[in-house]
Design a protein around this ligand. Structure first.
Ligand code: FAD
Ligand code: NAP
Ligand code: SF4
Length: 691
């Protein structure tokens, strides 16, 4: 047993769990559309089958005004207020129990974070991330809302759940009552702290009364709000004790409100960056504590338990990336784990764009009923050119379906552009994706031929099909002086072939322009994973919970980032704000990184020429010479598909995937998904492409 503490059973109220890991709550977008429960049941059952001891569902509102405000189909899973929706929930809980798992329903009242205009809150104060001013709840509304929470828990019990998680963190309604920031009431629900916490304590007390002893009540407690006017540490401890007293079975950790300007789960956050917060609560209560945020590997879980940071660990996105995470950990087979890389690209970015959630590294997530690895009844010999994400995904999926696959790459290692991306601060997580695919290619029997730049003669004979996953060519700069020694491409910089001078102009402000700027801002040897530096940079008080100064909510007086290593100007031709097209939930972090790094951002630029004086530009009709040592070109890409025409001329069936297919707006999410979809359609032409 490699992870003895992780697999030590634990009693949670009336149940004994076989391990210490829970799957944290995630809204998947299926809640609003699944009117039978089939897809949600398949999603959760797969995680229970994969060894997850306890699942917490996405949030269900206790009443109409507490909903997210996302339009929902009638009687879909996201509701629990009709016999039909109850039957859907029963289907889901049954499916999880059939696989030996346990499941809690999360009760979430969004308060002022609702997308809908009719939102409510303790005080009529608009959130900086919301479009509407909420209505202030009356005293009678508050009494009713508490009852609605308890009633919802009772319905969850009827629906077969093993318990509920009451969502008291991330800045939702309960948090809004607790914090001075959002609660300006003068009645018995506002003012003194004991008044502000009456709402959560009453919810837990009345819920316990309603559901009896044999039902888990997990409370997600905001242990560090990371917003001005948030709670003090002593207040958080006081609340934890009151919740235990009121009947909570277990406390889960919430880190930061949604409106906080500190990254809490994205790639910018080092792994396991926040478990120290839960550790400071250890010993304050006698019920178990769960820690959370940026765990994605079994050794981290074991370490956190060993170091006394918590009694249990919550991971959410890692179970999107790999439903079998826990069984693989139990077998000590970490190499086979498909690791969540904290990119948010297919999960949170989808949810906040009102799309169904999935996973960049695992497009099967939330599509469990759509993809089957059915063996092909007509196995073929297939050549795959290019071992980037698209090629690796296709090759492993095709081999798993019985095809004989040869995977070529001109480089000496697999991974394609991920081997370049991994040099960007925070993106070393891509190493996990390359390791996962490497392992899977080996186990599925794919023949890998590296260091071969494939030409037509290599493909003409011996293959029934050819898949071109040859990726992209960076777009060159087309202005006088583009061949000046100052000019280089992002690939030169990120691979270390060129070391930039101290003053740099970055041409192109897409994802790669921002990534390259972040790379250039960091001093050589900078350790992105160093938690104290991260806290300093983003203005978190490291003495939080130890009586060492700082502001309410765990904030330091001011961020104290390291001095930028270079002087950077980031440019684009468009007049829209720079970085507007970056990820929905991560773009603000990259823009903040530029601000912390004092990067000059210029839009509406026309590039004139490069010469010894630097980069000549016109901005809003004004000429300017940027006196820089290096000009880095990040001007997008073009598809690399030089082999296609020759193959077509010779009648060899050829397919394009990834960047070779469409280079614009290409990302690893599309590349991996296209690999899976093509393998499925070649093996099973009836298969439906996933959404
Ligand atoms: P590639 O990864 O380009 O792979 C193509 C492969 O084909 C290469 O290995 C190449 O050597 C090989 N090849 C080409 N021609 C031949 C030939 N004739 N013979 C043999 N081999 C050949 N995406 C995200 O989703 N999220 C991110 O955060 C992200 N960050 C990025 C940061 C940087 C700095 C960069 C450069 C990219 C980033 N991307 C990101 C983009 C992502 O890496 C690409 O979208 C993805 O790699 C494209 O996959 P692909 O398989 O189509 O092509
Ligand atoms: P991109 O997002 O398309 O950005 C290209 C940039 O180059 C734009 O700023 C564009 O702005 C500029 N440009 C285009 N043509 C130009 C020309 N002829 N001359 C000068 N400038 C030109 O592409 P990218 O940044 O190379 O990224 C490639 C893909 O990788 C992206 O689609 C993205 O999905 C993926 N990626 C994702 C992430 C992530 O965090 N999710 C990170 C990195 C990369 P103007 O036209 O306004 O000048
Ligand atoms: Fe993790 Fe990215 Fe998948 Fe979300 S999309 S689960 S962050 S790997």
């Amino acid at each position: 047993m490699k992870y003895p503490l992780t697999f030590e059973p634990i009693e949670l109220g009336h149940v004994t769990l076989p391990n210490r890991v829970i799957m944290g709550s995630m809204h998947t977008g299926l809640e609003e559309i699944d009117q039978t429960g089939e897809r949600i049941a398949a999603f959760y059952a797969a995680r229970a089958l994969g060894g997850c001891a306890l699942i917490v569902t996405g949030g269900v509102a206790p009443n109409e005004e507490g909903s997210t405000g996302i339009p929902s189909k009638p009687d879909s899973y996201g509701r629990l207020d009709s016999p039909r929706s109850l039957a859907i929930h029963q289907r889901v809980t049954q499916a999880v129990h059939d696989e030996g798992g346990r499941i809690l329903l999360q009760i979430l009242h969004t308060g002022r974070y609702s997308y809908a205009p009719g939102s409510v809150a303790p005080s009529a104060i608009q959130a900086p991330i919301s479009a509407h001013v909420p209505r202030e709840l009356t005293g009678a509304d508050i009494t009713r809302t508490i009852h609605d929470f308890a009633k919802c828990a009772q319905r969850a019990q009827e629906g077969g759940y093993d318990g509920v998680e009451i969502m008291g963190s991330e800045g939702y309604l309960i948090n809004q009552f607790i914090a001075q920031r959002t609660n300006h009431r003068t009645d018995e629900w506002g003012g003194a702290y004991e008044n502000r916490i009456r709402f959560p304590v009453e919810i837990v007390r009345q819920t316990r009364e309603m559901v009896g002893p044999d039902f888990i009540i997990m409370f997600r407690l905001s242990m560090i709000d990371l917003v001005e006017g948030g709670s003090d540490w002593e207040e958080v401890v006081e609340l934890a004790k009151a919740l235990e007293e009121a009947g909570a079975t277990v406390l889960n950790t919430g880190i930061g409100w949604h409106e906080a300007r500190v990254p809490t789960i994205a790639q910018a956050t080092p792994r396991q960056a926040w478990s120290w917060v839960t550790r400071r609560m250890m010993g304050e209560v006698s019920i178990p504590l769960i820690t959370s945020n940026r765990f994605n590997a079994p050794d981290q879980v074991e370490e956190a338990l060993r170091d006394g940071h918590a009694d249990m660990v919550s991971m959410a996105r890692p179970f999107l990336a790999d439903a079998d995470f826990m069984n693989k950990a139990l077998d000590g087979d970490e190499a086979a784990i498909n690791t969540c890389i904290a990119c948010n690209q297919a999960c949170l970015d989808h949810i906040f764009s009102m799309k169904t959630c999935s996973c960049l590294v695992n497009p099967r997530a939330c599509n469990e009923t759509r993809f089957a690895t059915t063996p092909s009844d007509k196995p073929q010999r297939i050549a795959v050119v290019g071992a980037g994400p698209a090629g690796m995904s296709f090759a492993s999926e095709a081999a798993e379906r019985g095809h004989q696959v040869v995977l070529f790459d001109a480089e000496k290692k697999i991974g394609g552009q991920l081997n370049i991306a991994r040099n960007v601060p925070g993106k070393t997580e891509f190493d996990e994706t390359v390791r996962y695919f490497g392992n899977r290619l080996e186990r599925t029997g794919v023949e890998i031929r590296l260091g071969i730049r494939v030409g037509l003669p290599d493909l003409e004979a011996g293959f029934d099909q050819v898949v071109l996953a040859t990726g992209i060519e960076p777009r060159d700069l087309d202005i006088p002086g583009a061949d000046h020694p100052k000019v280089c491409s992002y690939i030169d910089i990120l691979t270390g072939r060129v070391v930039a001078g101290k003053r740099v102009a970055v041409i192109g402000a897409g994802g790669i322009g921002f990534d390259t700027s972040e790379f250039l801002l960091a001093a050589p040897g900078h350790d992105h994973a160093h938690v104290p530096s991260f806290m300093r940079k983003w203005g978190v008080n490291p003495g939080w919970g130890q009586g060492e100064g700082g502001l309410r909510g765990g904030l330091a007086e001011a961020p104290a980032p390291d001095a930028p290593f270079r002087d950077i100007t980031l440019l684009q031709r468009k007049t829209t704000p720079l970085g507007a097209g970056l990820g929905k939930t991560t773009g603000w972090i990259h823009r903040a990184e530029m601000k912390l790094g004092k990067v000059r951002m210029l839009g509406g630029v026309q590039y004139q020429k490069v010469d010894d004086a630097g980069l000549h530009v016109t901005v809003n009709g004004q000429s300017e010479v940027l006196d820089v040592d290096t000009v880095v070109v990040c001007a997008g890409q073009l598809p690399r598909r030089d082999l296609l025409e020759g193959l077509q001329a010779r009648g060899v069936p050829a397919h394009l995937i990834g960047g070779a297919d469409v280079a614009s707006e290409l990302d690893a999410k599309r590349a991996i998904q296209q690999g899976l979809t093509l393998a499925e359609s070649l093996s099973n032409p009836q298969a439906q492409a996933c959404a």
